[in-house]
Design a protein around this ligand. Structure first.
Ligand code: BTN
Length: 275
């Protein structure tokens, strides 16, 4: 991929930390940046940092990843220059059972950031995907380390398809993925997008710390694309088919199954069922 794939020079060039810092005034996030032109996975590196005393808010960003990871062992396509791949260390004061709220909080922040860049509506696919028109625009991978009492750290990893052109995507994701540039018809400044996202994450994380998930829940629900829809949920050892109702305060997905019973899903793959 080269700069000539883009209609202007705001994409296809190295990310500028100097430009990102202009006007950046987040309280908790982005106190320190670790930039790599290539890395295996920003989540893996952030994890090593956290294990070695890395502080809350330290952020790892890379132009490209050779082993970008998604949920459920999937690979995250991470070509250079086009998109955002970053991970941030959080040290939330949460009991381990509430650690999934970090993913939900991040999904709200990401959906709110995306809404300022596109005119189409962005939906959240529980627990961690941001979709537009049913296609994946961004994903969140949270990895937590906890003891029995509390969360030690959470690595919040986010990948956003910003200037990824459909023509440049591998065949296996082209039908399922979309980018901000494809939706708007123009290249997006990665620095502007990330600055806005850091502010939104900082704000939502602050709300979660101060008030719990309550103020974020209605905003999460407002973006929930599958509410009321028939879904098939693939769990490790079971498949649940039913109607998606929403989430509870712990971030579990609520499904009304075919017998009318309410099921709580903590981890699994949710697939809409065509009627
Ligand atoms: C998913 O949708 O399954 C989650 C994708 C998360 C991808 C990001 S890119 C930055 C960070 N580093 C990784 O290896 N993964 C996350």
């Amino acid at each position: 991929m080269s700069a000539s794939d883009y209609p202007d020079d705001s994409a296809g060039r190295a990310f500028s930390l100097g430009e990102l810092r202009q006007g950046l005034a987040a309280k908790r996030l982005g106190g320190k940046f670790h930039y790599f032109s290539e890395i295996d996975s920003t989540n893996s590196y952030a994890r090593q940092l956290a294990e070695n005393g890395g502080r809350e808010g330290e952020l790892v960003i890379a132009e490209s990843q050779t082993q970008g990871r998604g949920r459920l062992g999937r690979r995250w396509q991470s070509p250079p220059f086009a998109n955002l791949y970053f991970s941030v260390i959080l040290r939330p004061r949460l009991p381990p059972a509430l650690a999934p709220q970090i993913t939900l909080m991040a999904a709200v922040a990401l959906a709110e950031t995306v809404a300022t860049f596109i005119s189409q509506s962005a939906t959240i696919k529980w627990p961690n995907d941001i979709l537009v028109g049913g296609k994946k625009l961004a994903g969140i991978l949270t990895e937590a380390a906890c003891d029995s009492e509390r969360v030690d750290y959470v690595i919040l990893g986010i990948g956003v398809n910003l200037n990824y052109r459909l023509a440049a995507m591998p065949d296996e994701i082209r039908a399922r993925a979309i980018s901000v540039a494809e939706l708007t018809g123009k290249s997006i400044s990665r620095e502007s997008f990330l600055r806005r996202l850091i502010h939104d994450l900082d704000r939502c994380y602050g709300e979660l710390e101060e008030f719990g998930f309550a103020p974020l829940a209605p905003r999460w629900e407002a973006h929930f694309g599958l509410r009321g829809k028939q879904v098939r949920v693939e769990l490790l050892d079971q498949i649940v088919i039913g109607r998606a109702i929403g989430i509870d305060q712990d971030g579990a997905l609520l499904i009304e199954d075919q017998q009318g019973a309410r099921q709580r899903v903590i981890a699994g793959e949710v697939i809409p069922v065509e009627n």
